[in-house]
Structures are given as C-alpha cells and as structure tokens.
Ligand binder design. Structure first.
Ligand SMILES: Cc1cc2nc3c(=O)[nH]c(=O)nc-3n(C[C@H](O)[C@H](O)[C@H](O)COP(=O)(O)O)c2cc1C
Ligand code: SF4
Length: 502
C-alpha cells in the first residue's frame, strides 16, 4: 500500500519500527504454570513475526513469583534464557521488533476476595518498584528491543492510578499527584535499571469505564507525566476492571466480564475504533505540551483503511491490534502488498477472550479446529482461489423475530477451503462484511423489519485467496414486525429444511 502512513517507519528511542503496526500484549495461556518460555510460545510469536508486525509486544509477564494460572514470568534470572531464545526466534524471522510487557498483580481468591492496593505496606510498594526495575533489566538482558510497563486494566499499577484507590497516604487517592506516585517511582526505577538508550513503553487506561473511575480529563495528565519522565511510547487501552466484573460462584473474578471489560475488547456490536477518541485526546494534549511521544491506539480497528484514517487524522502515531492479528498474523504483510482482500478478518465474537478467562490455550475460532497456531500459507505459493462447483448456490429464509437463516453450497479448493465470508447489503446499498464462518450455515440475528437484505458469500483458502461471489439471496421484511405465527413458518421447521442441527 504505497504512500500509506501505516507503512512509514518510526523511531522510538534507539528502536526503529519498519511500520506502525503493533501487536498489543495478548495472554496466550500457552506457557505452563511454571512461567517458562516453551515451544508453543516460541512458535506462536515466530508466526506473528513472519507476518511482519512492526512491534510485537509479548504477553503480560509477571515481575514477581505470586501464584496464578499459566502465565509467563521474568521474576528471576532462571527465566532469562527462555526469553533470550524467544527474542532470537523473532529477530530471525523478519524485521519485527519485540518488546515484553511486564506486570505486577495482586492476589485474588476463588471466594471472591481480592487484595487491593490499600492493603499494601510501604515496604510492599518499595518491593514492587524494585521488582519492576529488576524485571526490566532482565528484559534488556534477554535481547528484547523494548520493555512495556503494564499500568492498565485491573492490575496493581492501574489500581494505584485509579480514582477508586482507597489509600489515604502519599500513594493514595487523595489527589492525582498521590495516585501517580507509584507509577512515577516505577518509571524512574526502570529507567535507572535499563539506561537512557533502552525504549520504555507504558500501557494504561485512557478511561477506567467504571462508576467513580477516572476519564480522559485525568488520563491526559497521567500521559503528560509519563512523557515528562522520558517514557518512549504510550499505549492507550480502556477499562478491564475488577470493580464491575461479574462474579461466578467458585471462580476467581475475571476483570473483563463487565461493561469495562467490553471496553477493553470491544465485541462485534461496538463501533469500529471504539476507543480511538481516548488516544486522540491524549495525543493532542501531550503534543501541545511539547512532547512528541508516540501514542498507540487500540480497540476493534479492523482494516488497513481504518488504521490509515486514524493516522491521517493525527489521532495516534501507531495502531495496536490484538484480535485482528490473532485471526490473521499475515495482516501486515497482506496490507503492505495491497492484498487487503486476502486478510482473514476477525469477527470480534471474543471466543479467544473466553479461552483466556477459562485458563485455556488462546486460539482463534477461525483457525483450523485442530491447530494450536494460525496455519501458514502453503510454502509453494497458492494463487488459485476456491471455486463454486454448483455455481455458488445460496439460500436465505426469513424467520420470525428478526432472523434470517442462510445456507450455501460447499466451495472447493485443491489446498482446502478455510472459511466463508458473509456479506450483506441493506436496502440496495453496497455489500459490507457481516461476519465469517467455518461452516456453510449462518443465522443473521440482526435483520430488522422494514428493510430488504441481500446476502452474498465468498469462500477463502489457507492463503487468503477469495472465491468469486456466490449467487445473491434477498429477503424483504415488511413492517410491522412479524412474529411467530404470522405468515412465517415456525423457526424449527425452517431450520430442519435448511440443514441446521442446533
Ligand atoms: C485473549 C486476550 C488476552 C489479552 N491479554 C492482554 C495482556 O496480556 N495485556 C494487555 O495489556 N492487554 C491484553 N489484552 C487486550 C488486548 O491487548 C487489546 O487491547 C484488546 O484486545 C483490544 O484490541 P483488539 O480490538 O485489537 O483486539 C488481551 C486481549 C485478549 C483478547
Ligand atoms: S476468536 Fe473471534 S474475536 Fe478472537 S481473534 Fe478469532 S475471530 Fe477474533
């Protein structure tokens, strides 16, 4: 994509990124509870590097030894060799640079009890500051190009920044200055440990998205403080708090189950770029104070065009992606080559998030069912798109209560069909990608009375080649809202006829 700002290099302290595409940290649950780098971790991140992501931020890695589920660690020197192997693998694959996100978290119990920052003594806080510094030094030793300090979501550093920080001392919630004290000490300590020429990034919430939490008006000052302290890039996230998490009996709280969790990983119903306004507000403020510190924005940014527009509008300097790159790690390479049509698009259904919540290995629902990693395109090159042996038959049947059932013929491809993209046009408008499926069935639950919907399917293969469009199928849904028993057949009847089993 010649002329795209997304593919302009950017310098961050001593690190040069070849493009402005950043894989935000994403826990994979591929490590064991021992926290060591293992083969699946090496393979997962090497796959991202093959796709040419500018900066890969390796998942949250604990600075301390506290018990948790499967999570990477860098809490002592024994973890360094594994991380050194990881950075070597990534650097061997492509020009991708690699940072490590380091995290401190407090204790939580299945009973629902959780430790909060007001339970920490001054000695505890000083230990956390030391642990961040020591882990950052090991990050550099292990060959990473940068370290990212996790100060977002439900974890220790974010909880100090929070407006709900219940301490009453100099690290407490009395003022913005006191809430920023722990953050300030950690950044200064990390800088002391890694030296002036090693890039430090910080990830924090531009808005807590909970009642009584902070918003953009305070986040701007936090970012300014980070810039003043010499942080080299600032990555803006949102929400992800324990305060509004949904309690499940006998399970530890997962901080992405409430509204604030939706704001961290916006589901399909949310608008694209749902959190861009936070990065835009922070960038304008920090830049206006004379700091050019690069700002990263993230959150349901689906396409190269959407990313480019954010950069062109000056709302951010770098675009962060998690799920879009999980769905297709070749996203950056395909975008660079102008092959946007070949990108396997995330459908934002959050199956990956549910796996993380349940401590299961994080995979994408769009991959092959048996695969632990996204499949590599065939090495010999595969330019031939899937075809429709039957001419691309598509059926659409209207059901009661705003549902349209779709069923289409199976496509054919010598290397195998990988999935199907479903497009929908509303009232004669243009076709827009609705979702993707790995089977030949889909139920559109968002078909509203008073509209005419036309559907079309494209099959894609392992290399991302798209077939030509299937036939179109059109459904008109008159007002008033049809209900079961109106001139429509019962849902079960239609489902059976179209081959639905569920
Ligand atoms: C499975 C999963 C694990 C995640 N783990 C982390 C993490 O370790 N650290 C972090 O800062 N954010 C984490 N996130 C949040 C993502 O980095 C990202 O901010 C979020 O998914 C929104 O971006 P997206 O719409 O591009 O996916 C995780 C998200 C998912 C889906
Ligand atoms: S599991 Fe769903 S939300 Fe997660 S990356 Fe895959 S398509 Fe996207």
């Amino acid at each position: 994509m010649a002329g795209f700002k997304l593919f302009e290099p950017i310098q961050i302290n001593t690190m040069r990124l070849e493009n402005r595409i950043l894989l935000t940290a994403m826990v994979t649950r591929l490590s064991g509870e021992d926290g060591y780098v293992n083969q699946p971790i090496l393979d997962r991140y090497a796959r991202f590097a093959r796709g040419e992501t500018g900066l890969i931020v390796v998942e949250a890695t604990a600075v301390h030894g506290a018990k948790s589920g499967p999570l990477l660690r860098l809490s002592d020197a024994s973890f360094v060799p594994g991380h050194r192997e990881l950075t070597r693998r990534i650097h061997d694959e492509s020009h991708s640079k690699v940072a490590l996100q380091i995290i401190h978290f407090l204790k939580i119990a299945r009973s629902g009890w959780r430790q909060t920052v007001d339970m920490l003594s001054h000695d505890d806080i000083h230990l956390i500051v030391q642990q961040y510094g020591a882990a950052a030094a090991r990050t550099r030793e292990a060959g990473y190009d940068a370290v990212e300090l996790h100060m977002a979501h439900a974890y220790t550093m974010s909880s100090f920044l929070s407006k709900r920080n219940a301490r009453s001392d100099e690290y407490g919630g009395r003022s913005l200055e006191t809430r920023m004290r722990a953050m300030t000490e950690v950044i200064l300590q990390v800088r002391r440990q890694v030296g002036p020429d090693f890039p430090i990034g910080v990830r924090f919430d531009g808005e807590e998205c909970i009642k009584g939490g902070y918003g953009l008006s305070e986040a701007k000052y936090m970012a300014l403080r980070m810039a003043q302290l010499g942080v080299d890039y600032i990555s803006i996230s949102a929400g992800g708090k324990f305060e509004d998490a949904v309690k499940k009996e006998g399970e530890p709280l997962y901080p992405y189950t409430g509204y604030s969790g939706d704001r961290t990983m916006p589901p399909a119903e949310y608008q694209d770029g749902a959190n861009v306004y936070l990065a835009a507000g922070i960038k304008a403020f920090v830049n206006a104070h004379g700091y050019p510190t690069p700002i990263v924005t993230t959150g349901k940014i689906p396409t190269p065009q959407a990313a480019e527009e954010i950069l062109q509008r000056g709302q951010a300097d770098i675009i962060g992606f998690a799920r879009a790159l999980l769905a297709d790690p070749d996203w950056p390479k395909k975008a660079r080559l102008g092959q946007e049509e070949r990108i396997v698009r995330c459908v934002y259904g959050n199956v990956c998030k549910a796996l993380d919540e349940n401590f299961k290995q994080v995979k994408c629902t769009l991959w092959l069912k048996q695969g632990l990693h996204p499949p590599d395109p065939p090495p010999e090159g595969d330019e031939a798109p899937p075809t429709w042996p039957g001419g691309g038959q598509l059926q659409a049947a209207r059901q009661a209560n705003g549902r349209v059932l779709l069923a289409w013929e199976r496509a054919a491809d010598p290397q195998g069909v990988y999935g199907y993209e479903i497009f929908r046009a509303v009232n004669g408008g243009r076709f827009v990608h609705l979702t993707s499926a790995t089977t030949t069935r889909h139920a559109d639950d968002h078909a509203l009375a008073g509209n005419t919907y036309t559907y079309q399917i494209k099959a894609y293969d392992f290399a991302g080649n798209r077939s030509g469009p299937s036939n179109t199928a059109t459904v008109e849904i008159p007002l008033p809202v049809p209900v079961s028993g109106d001139s429509l057949r019962l849902n079960g009847e239609v489902e059976a006829e179209m081959g639905y089993t569920a």
